[in-house]
Design a protein around this ligand. Structure first.
Ligand SMILES: Nc1ncnc2c1ncn2[C@@H]1O[C@H](COP(=O)(O)OP(=O)(O)OP(=O)(O)O)[C@@H](O)[C@H]1O
Ligand SMILES: [Mg+2]
Length: 306
């Protein structure tokens, strides 16, 4: 196993070491969806809902019968060991992958394959596990790019600089300036994105995803690869974004300490199955989760120590 606690004991980075899951974890993966139903029953129509989503690549099973419901304004973490299917799940929600079975609901829309090109029109934005910035553009221009889909003026009108195109240009710039200030990026906004420290680039990605004020924001490891200080800072920005804009956020993160402090609810994947879904306290003491992370059954062990 590999459990790494920070000096302060407030963050625990967990990775699978032996690649095995216990039978208990596997059985829990097929648990009836009663907890999910109970959770959703108490809230308004979920912003995002997956029903029985399965996905495989040739012989490799990435997702098995995933049910998931994310309430409006919620910060929902997706955790699990490497290869558990976390990115695949976000890729299904954002339409990059077409599931073999199941349905994705975005608000009142129902999809068997989410149309990636129309994702923004459905109020969804995402970031990727690996940075996907335009390194040769300034921070400001990168963030403006996140607004592009909101523009109605086509390429020709933009080239001819029609009044509509100019109005939209000004609107995009104003929205970018606002989110740049919100994420404390003012000092670097005219610098090239590629020359900035990694942690700052992650913040620029967040700004670009937020600029069009999505209803649903999908973040694939937004805190990965940065220092602990930057991680706490980025986590605070994610929470502030939810609080200020009411954005519903689904995020993948390996650092259990940060996840526990940031999320309202946590879904745990293991070998493509959802083995747990609940509040940080519920998940922390879930034996199937402990087993999945430790790769062994532990008699008498009842909690992930954070
Ligand atoms: N495009 C693809 N082609 C083939 N196999 C894939 C593809 N995408 C994912 N997989 C496989 O699906 C499984 C789940 O991968 P996924 O990337 O979703 O895991 P993850 O939980 O995001 O892992 P990590 O924590 O390492 O990012 C893995 O076995 C992976 O190799
Ligand atoms: Mg991944």
């Amino acid at each position: 196993m590999s459990l790494v606690a920070t000096a302060g004991g407030d963050a625990l980075i967990v990775a699978r070491a032996d690649g095995r899951a216990t039978e208990a974890a596997r059985e829990a993966g097929s648990a009836p969806p009663t907890a999910e139903v109970a959770h959703v029953a108490g809230v308004a129509a979920p912003v995002l809902r997956l029903e029985g989503v399965s996905l495989s690549f040739g012989g490799i099973t990435a997702l098995v019968g995933i049910d998931l419901a994310v309430a409006k304004g919620e910060i929902r973490a997706i955790i699990g060991p490497n290869g558990a299917g976390k990115s695949s799940l976000l890729n299904v929600v954002s339409g990059l992958y077409r599931p073999d079975r199941g349905v994705v609901r975005l608000g009142s829309e129902r999809f068997t394959h989410v149309p990636t090109a129309r994702l923004a029109a459905h109020g969804v934005a995402r970031t990727f596990q690996n940075l996907a910035l335009f390194k040769g553009l300034s921070v400001l221009d990168n963030v403006i790019m996140g607004f592009v889909h909101r523009r109605r003026a086509g390429f020709v009108r933009q080239m001819l600089s029609t009044p509509q195109a100019r109005r939209e240009e000004a609107e995009a710039r104003a929205a970018a300036e606002e989110v740049i200030a919100f994420l404390h990026l003012d000092a670097v906004k005219h610098q090239l994105a590629g020359g900035l420290p990694y942690g700052v680039q992650k913040r620029v990605e967040l700004a670009r995803a937020l600029v069009a004020r999505p209803q649903l924001l999908l973040l694939d490891e937004p805190l990965a690869g940065v220092t602990l200080g930057e991680k706490q800072e980025l986590a605070a920005h994610v929470r502030n974004a939810r609080d200020a804009y009411g954005t519903t956020i689904v995020l993948i993160e390996h650092d259990i300490g940060v996840v526990m402090g940031l999320s309202d609810r946590i879904a745990v994947l293991d070998y493509g199955r959802k083995i747990a879904d609940g509040t940080p306290n519920e998940v922390r003491s879930d034996q199937a989760v402990i087993d999945a992370y430790l790769g062994v059954a532990h008699e008498g062990e009842t909690e992930l120590v954070i």
